[in-house]
Design a protein around this ligand. Sequence first.
Ligand SMILES: Cc1ncc(COP(=O)(O)O)c(C=O)c1O
Length: 339
Amino acid sequence: MRTIDLRSDTTTRPVPAMRAAMAAAEVGDDVYREDPTINRLEEMTARITGKDASLFVSSGSMGNLISLYIEGGRGNEVLTHRESHIMLHEVGSPAAIAGVMPVGLDGSRGILDRRTIEAHLHPDDYTVSRATLIELENTKDGACYPIETLREIRACADEHQLKIHMDGARLFNAAVAQQQQISDICRYADSLSFCLSKGLGAPAGSMLCGSRSFIDQALKVRKMLGGGMRQIGILAAAGIYALEHHVERLAEDHAHAQQIAQALSQCSWASIDPELTETNIIFFDTPEVPSEQVVALLEKQGVLCFSTGWHTIRMVTHLDVSQEDTDRVVQVIKDLQVL
Ligand SMILES: Cc1ncc(COP(=O)(O)O)c(C=O)c1O
């Protein structure tokens, strides 16, 4: 029985053509800025995002950290959602390394809005920490920031002299789901990072994008963090391949997720509104049984997923989940003896 891994879109493995592109990549020393393939990827992502420049970083966490370090500033407040990735899953690095004070705000499904941000802002005084940066996650657990909300938050940031960093680990999922150009989303952020290693299917790396002066500073901070690497054109080739071949196909992942969400909505033991599955991440509740119990039953049928709460489960579709796999997941869900 083939195992279908729905734990995360980080589990994808490079496809043979991506491996071939990696093997053939022209390389140089990127600390000397002499790797032609990295340079090509950085030019390409600056163009796609509509920013002046971009920088390859080893991970999404490093991209976020560099931005908080530069744009947040020691002792300053970074306004974010209370369940954001930087708040919960980056080992306290905003405080421990960037020296910023993350402030967790509320927002339905992880999405901030102008009113909540403004309600937090307070007059500057020598006894208080000053807000310098708003950090948004797009998608947030699969939910896309509405463009109108981004526009309002941008207006708020401009009015109060705040910068915006977008953690776009799954930014391309948002763009595909909303049928937007990437640059039409990125225009609302001063800096942004997106992961090559999630839905786009590359083995490693994220891109940090922003103004020329921001990226010049980012290059130094990346080195300070130990993130200067040498012949990484091999990884850049995977990134270029991903951007050229794996963007439009994200719509398939979204369709598979919707199919699974619909199947769950018809089960007595699961509770879900399929309309809330906007991209490739499905969250559902198991109100009458512990989620761990359902995860274990699914695992016995060869379907892997995560419990994210006592009665909540997350499933993620991706490049390595085919239509055939999706049909099997749907059948397993239908046949599962839970109650
Ligand atoms: C929303 C979000 N931001 C950032 C990251 C960090 O990415 P990485 O694992 O490459 O550090 C993740 C990883 O899962 C994520 O989901």
